[in-house]
Design a protein around this ligand. Structure first.
Ligand code: HEM
Length: 255
């Protein structure tokens, strides 16, 4: 019967035999446990031939699953691939191999990358855009002023403009801590680098969406070390607080 014929066509193929078909004249690939003779398909593949030829004779599951990083081939491509199946990949003992590296079973293969992806995709608090939009609402375009005050001392007074939800002209009107006015520090002052770091914050925010202010909870994302002062010396939380104070007060003046 046909069924017996196609079952008979299914051969056990080792990595050594696979490796003998590594050219355009005879191009075999192993993908998730199957071996495919795609010699006739190569000219039809929708890329430069080199992209697909470099995998001839090799275990190619990684390449198949990542046309570009994270983008697998479509279900239509999978159906097409099955037309070229000639056997299954086995090790020297004749045991089926899911991929050349690990010999994992298909079910394990599928579970693991998804868990890893979910872990990698979970945003840190500084990255959670949905939460940030919920926290900020939809502020109007305009010019804003806000302050952060601690124990009676105004430490941060910041001004900024919003246009289409994006920041511009972010400036400190006042920046002080324990009686030291950072904005009037001389260049040779010990704390001058901290003022430089705060300036970098305002430069970094320029043109960014408003939600990006939350990145300042992790200031090392935003500023490098300056003369031995790390991002940790910055009080990003104060800047965030001052900006949110400005938003709460509402538009200070219209553009
Ligand atoms: C193993 C090495 C392979 C690599 C590195 C590779 C890479 C690519 C790339 C870069 C594209 C570009 C278009 C896009 O981004 O959608 C693509 C599309 C495509 N490839 Fe491959 N490919 C490989 C093998 C194959 C094989 C063996 C087949 C079928 C027998 C195939 C079928 C297709 C099809 C049908 C598309 C159109 C888009 C889709 O349906 O996903 N490819 N491939």
């Amino acid at each position: 019967s046909d069924e017996a014929d196609s079952a008979g066509d299914e051969r056990d193929i080792t990595l050594d035999e696979l490796a003998e078909h590594a050219s355009a004249e005879s191009c075999w690939k192993a993908i998730h446990g199957g071996v495919y003779d795609i010699t006739d398909y190569v000219p039809d593949h929708p890329t430069e031939e080199e992209v697909i030829l470099e995998w001839c004779g090799r275990e190619s599951s990684e390449a198949w699953d990542n046309k570009s990083p994270g983008r697998p081939h479509s279900p239509a491509a999978e159906r097409q691939l099955e037309n070229y199946r000639i056997g299954r990949l086995v090790d020297d003992q004749g045991e089926p191999l899911e991929s050349a590296d690990t010999g994992e079973l298909p079910s394990e293969e599928q579970d693991q990358p998804m868990e890893q992806e979910a872990a990698a995709a979970a945003p840190s608090p500084a990255e959670d855009q949905r939460l940030h939009r919920a926290m900020l609402g939809q502020p109007l375009d305009g010019h804003y002023r806000g302050v952060f005050t601690d124990r009676g001392e105004i430490q941060v007074n910041i001004t900024f403009d919003l246009r289409d939800g994006h920041l511009s002209d972010v400036n400190f009107r006042h920046l002080a801590y324990r009686g030291v006015d950072y904005l009037t520090l001389e260049e040779d002052a010990d704390l001058y680098p901290v003022m430089v770091q705060h300036r970098r914050i305002t430069e970094w925010l320029e043109g960014e969406p408003l939600t990006s202010i939350f990145a300042l909870y992790e200031p090392e994302r935003v500023v490098d070390e300056v003369d031995g002062f790390s991002g940790a010396t910055l009080r990003g939380a104060k800047v965030i607080s001052a900006m949110r104070d400005g938003l709460n007060r509402g538009v200070y003046s219209w553009p």
